[in-house]
Design a protein around this ligand. Structure first.
Ligand code: V07
Length: 258
């Protein structure tokens, strides 16, 4: 009797998610979704666990989010994994975080390959530990012929530095006669950014209740829809992603109606 009830309840729950996915796929989904995955430390603190436990739990949510984004037909998913500011955290926490790409890829790279996901990274590679960079470069290499979802990790990324560096490269190309000042417009400038080959995000999601951009993709988010939630990243579920996309679609529909 208990078993029957349990089975039925579970079947209903999972079909609800499937139904929601089908419902959402009837309307255009955002091409590029960017996420600030905040609240991992707070999640751990609430459970009297070390902060690293929150980061580890957050890593599992990266996998679920990636798989759903792929299923929905989202073209690019950019995840803010580590900022240039995050080096200020305790040394042991930074060291632990820098092991996460290896752990993640050690477990999930075959699944990413199977699902046609292409791994990419944007950020300052030179300051990363070699073991971290090696793991990521191996994943980039092994997935470079895939043409499904682009999973773009922002790692040791900071938006103002990115802009300043783009300006420096523009000046260099102007001084060397590669670029004329008259040729410089928004499109050309974009090609000097780390996101040169990406469309701008259509939707930005930030978890954990902070309503700021925190130096994330300042140039690229100029026209994006912004969606904030109090949910902490380790608690961010498939339903939450669907809710964000549904809100995006409703805003687009209203906008289109004007
Ligand atoms: C990190 C887990 C998610 C919450 C945010 C902070 C901690 C997955 C990766 C990763 C990066 C590159 C890659 C494959 C996986 C990752 C960092 C932190 C630095 F190719 N999660 N995760 N990288 N966290």
């Amino acid at each position: 009797m208990f078993n029957k009830f349990w089975l039925r309840k579970n079947r209903k729950d999972s079909s609800t998610l499937r139904d929601k996915i089908e419902e959402i796929k009837k309307m255009p989904v955002p091409n590029h979704v960017a996420i600030i995955m905040d609240g991992n430390g707070r999640w751990a603190k609430k459970r009297a666990l070390p902060r690293i436990a929150g980061h580890h739990e957050g890593m599992k949510v990266v996998r679920k989010t990636t798989m759903l984004a792929n299923k929905l037909g989202i073209k690019t998913l950019t995840l803010y994994a580590f900022s240039t500011e995050n080096w200020k955290r305790p040394k042991n926490e930074v060291e632990y975080i820098m092991r996460l790409p290896e752990e993640f890829l050690g477990t999930f790279l075959p699944e990413l390959v199977e699902n046609n996901v292409q791994v990419k990274m944007m950020g300052y590679k030179n300051q990363l530990p070699v073991h971290t960079l090696h793991a990521i470069e191996k994943a980039i290499e092994e997935t470079k012929h895939n043409n499904g979802l682009v999973l773009n990790f922002a790692l040791n990324y900071g938006s103002r530095s990115e802009i300043v560096d783009a300006v420096k490269q523009v000046l260099n190309d102007c001084n060397n006669g590669i670029l004329k000042e008259t040729e410089l417009d928004e499109k050309t400038f974009s090609s000097y950014m780390m996101t040169a080959n990406f469309a701008d995000p259509d939707l930005l999601i930030r978890t954990s209740g902070e309503i700021r951009l925190s130096n994330f993709m300042l140039w690229q988010l100029a026209y994006s829809e912004l969606w904030f939630t109090d949910v902490l990243w380790p608690d961010f579920s498939e339903e939450h992603l669907l809710e964000a996309i549904e809100t995006f679609q409703n805003r687009q529909r209203r906008f289109g109606g004007l």
